[in-house]
Design a protein around this ligand. Sequence first.
Ligand code: PGA
Length: 248
Amino acid sequence: MQVIIVKDKAEMGKTAAEIVAGGMRAKEHFVLGLATGTTPIPLYRELIRMHKEDGLDFSTTASFNLDEYVGIPGTHDQSYRFFMNRELFDHVNINKKATHVPDGMADDVEMFCAEYEAMIADCGGVDCQILGIGSNGHIGFNEPGTSLGSRTHRTALTESTIKDNSRLFEKVEDVPTEAITMGIGTILESESILLLANGANKAKAVADAIEGPITATCPASALQLHPNVTFILTEDAAADLKLEWHRG
Ligand code: PGA
């Protein structure tokens, strides 16, 4: 496990973008695992800059997003498909047909989840999975208590996640209560994983994930099992770590 501590969000985004772009340049048919939320936005801004100014090419890149709300269509401004189009896909030369976000409106959600796993496998698996972390330690929508071996599945959101996300909706009652998420087992099959965190509200979850026991009460702690995971943390998100980690 590698832990890189940086001074601010902008540096977090740049550091992550260097790693992602390095992977994309080294492998023609690169498969990105993508995340939504406020955390990866500096990364997406930097990738867009690299595309526009340095010619970073997305034309042969495919992507799979971690999760999507159940019950809202991709045209809804709070759907994760909408977010990805707005924050990244619309600004780079990625083939939209090669971008995958779980379908929150699927008639048969369980069947869709199995198909999503098959689509990832057909693309050869995810080369680099981007993750944020919830203040409760969740990754994707794998809330505390989720099996560490879980595959893509339908899940209920916890009260704490609904509350965290309610800032993005007019009323807390408007926040969807279910989602489709890649499972922890799915995430652990990625070739490499980059977890980004900023903000003091993530400090406890980050410390539990990196230095605590591997337990379903902190889903991100399962990343300790992965041979190629990098945490990119701002100083405030790293504040509860007890060991001395590298400062970037
Ligand atoms: P955030 O969400 O980036 O909006 O803080 C992260 C997460 O819940 O995984």
